[in-house]
Write a protein of this length. Structure first.
Length: 377
């Protein structure tokens, strides 16, 4: 391990707030959010620096909370042989808007950068507990790794730190996402579709261009609605007049914006929960552009072809390539189109654009026509 920061922070009293894995879509009213914030506040008032980490929302929320409350902290972070610790330190401090003088880093080596990929979770948990003088257990899974570490360190917790502990078995929020054809609104059924649609979905990380500090502050200040839901993401697109491009799952790392030429009536049958990625492939919220106008601004149909054909494409064609998938047809039913790079909506006449939302109650004020998938309020 290697420490970077003010030695006084490392040598002083330190506390760790422990939470097992929680929902990927937390809100400010969640008990673990409320009690974790109170625990950080209490520990700081007792003169403790907070031992935190990155890679999971339960740890990153604490990074934000400690910084927001003006406390000192030691961030435990993985480091592989290819990474520069100074660069990582600067990036995290900037991303979470932290006070450099109050922030130390304890780096530990791992074969592969992997806190998000679970490869370093167990090692990280042992390190944070070993560094802390006091443990605040907030929301722990019975017989989980963190509860085991808690039991193995009885001298590090007391009635004072246990008062923030809560029962983990509180009801989970369940939001209905998928839409059946029987639920479709009459307005959508009768609409003559001539558009290409970019669908949104909930994001578990900050929006493009957003800092982690703003992301976790939005979560803390929210009530019952996840602030980075598919609907809120659609509202943000409208607000900034931009659809950000991404290279996620795009061969060659080309940054594109994806659309489908499927009508909403046909697209709803493709909505799927993807356990591997712990998310929906898309949700019934989207922004659609008239197809004729989309062609004028460079939105083109995807080239579905076998993998070896990719190398025969020109540089201009490669961003539009898509492997059809094993046995053929895995991706082709989506009838995807793409725009190379981010899309500036301010250059598109409002009458050429419309929005889709799941329920009529989701309709909001904006310069575009909005059609609901369902009549639910």
């Amino acid at each position: 391990m290697y420490y970077l920061g003010d030695d006084a922070i490392l040598k002083g009293e330190k506390a760790v707030i422990l939470n097992s894995r929680q929902s990927k879509t937390p809100v400010g009213s969640d008990p673990w959010i409320q009690n974790s914030y109170k625990a950080v506040e209490d520990a700081i008032s007792r003169g403790c620096a907070i031992v935190t980490s990155i890679g999971m929302n339960t740890w990153e929320f604490l990074v934000w909370a400690a910084g927001h409350l003006g406390g000192k902290q030691v961030i435990v972070a993985p480091l592989d042989e290819r990474e520069d610790q100074e660069e990582i330190r600067r990036d995290i401090i900037e991303d979470f808007e932290l006070d450099n003088s109050k922030t130390g880093f304890m780096f530990f080596k791992c074969k592969k950068r992997g806190l998000r990929g679970k490869t370093a979770w167990s090692e990280r948990d042992k390190i944070v507990v070993s560094l802390a003088n006091q443990i605040y257990p907030v929301c722990l899974r019975e017989e989980g790794n963190l509860e085991t570490l808690l039991r193995d360190n009885p001298a590090k917790f007391s009635d004072a730190t246990l008062r923030f502990n809560i029962n983990r078995d509180f009801p989970a929020r369940k939001a209905k996402v998928a839409v059946s054809r029987q639920e479709l609104s009459d307005e959508l059924k009768s609409f003559k579709w001539k558009h290409l649609t970019h669908y949104t979905r909930s994001t578990y990380t900050p929006w493009p261009g957003e800092s982690s500090a703003k992301f976790y502050q939005a979560i803390f200040e929210s009530d019952s609605e996840y602030p980075r839901s598919a609907l809120q993401t659609l509202k943000r697109i409208v607000e900034v007049k931009k659809i950000w491009s991404t290279y996620y799952h795009i061969r060659g790392g080309h940054k594109v914006v994806s659309f489908t030429e499927l009508s909403p009536r046909n697209a709803v049958s493709l909505i799927r929960w993807r356990p591997r990625y712990v998310r929906w492939n898309f949700e019934p919220y989207g922004i659609a552009i008239e197809k004729d106008y989309a062609l004028r601004i460079g939105i083109k149909p995807v080239i579905y072809d076998e993998p070896e054909k990719y190398y025969k494409l020109s540089d201009k064609e490669k961003p539009f390539y898509q492997n059809p998938g094993e046995m053929g047809g895995d991706w082709e039913p989506e009838r995807e189109w793409r725009h190379f790079g981010s899309l500036d909506l301010s250059q598109i006449p409002p009458e050429k654009v419309l929005l889709l939302v799941r329920n009529r109650s989701d309709i909001f004020d904006c310069p575009y026509k909005i059609i609901p998938f369902t009549e639910l309020s």
